[in-house]
Design a binder for this molecule. Sequence first.
Ligand code: AVI
Length: 327
Amino acid sequence: MMAQTRPGEAPAVPGSGSRFAIDVRDFLTRQPRQLPSRYLYDELGSALFEAICRLPWYPLTRAEMRLLESHARDILHTGFTTAIELGSGSGAKLSALIGAAGAGRGRLDVHLVDVSGAALAQARRALEIFENVRVTTHETTYEDGLEEARLDRSLPGRRLALFLGSNLGNFDAPGRDAFLGLVRRALDAGDGFLLGVDLVKPEPELLLAYDDPLGVTAAFNLNLVARINRELLGRLDLDGFGHRAVWNRELSRVEMHLRSVREQRIVIGAAGLDFTMAEGETIWTESSYKYRAPEIASMLERSGFRIRSQWLDGVGRFALTLAEAVE
Ligand code: AVI
């Protein structure tokens, strides 16, 4: 059992009161066993994800960059005065868009929303080099960031919210619809929404993207086991787990799992866990939903948007959709 802690009192076991410890205890005792994918992104996990984006087998980032650069003028020369990027990371995508839009874009008030302070600092440096761009960072959740950006509005005119990198693919259907509703409610009719989403492609390509021959994605997944050891007094054996990527065709998603290679005892002190995993038993760590272009249009329409343009990258099979909030 986990030790009880009174308000204001330090927990008896270091780390046991953290959200991470509570979630690990909750999700690892569910059937099937699972862990929320947001915990993949500690400092090392974020660096490994940046490396994944450069892998030749992970085409998403390059496909989206090609689309942003090719259509930057169509996107930014239509009178937007404010851009709000949700999950901006290093700022590379928005920088590519602004850079490719060139002169004649007008002043732009940029709001970056991310939970990582280090990523926001990097993104600020990348964006402050542009003329006529004012950068404000919000180290918070998407919901609070949208609200802060609304209150801190400095220029009149239409706003553009951006959600890129196929981050939408990591939401399940209820989470996705809740997120799209949240974005719509934060915007006024006439404001824009730019969404980058990865498309369904042949299974071998999908599996290579999520189980690359260099083992970077495996390291990204296994780092979650290492993180539990580092932060939650875990005593897990890294060699006891293997990385598995599975294409779930019915649900149109690539799943990442950690597979127990043998029967083993799992002890995580700060989560109050002590149980046995059977050989072959898995922990589901992430889903990446893949869409078809018309599905993206209909889910946006259901959430209160009208499609202005949809651009597809045939090589990487990726879609960039510009939508407008409607009454
Ligand atoms: C951040 N997200 C969109 C990535 C994806 O493709 O689902 C995370 C990732 N997982 C494994 N490789 C990359």
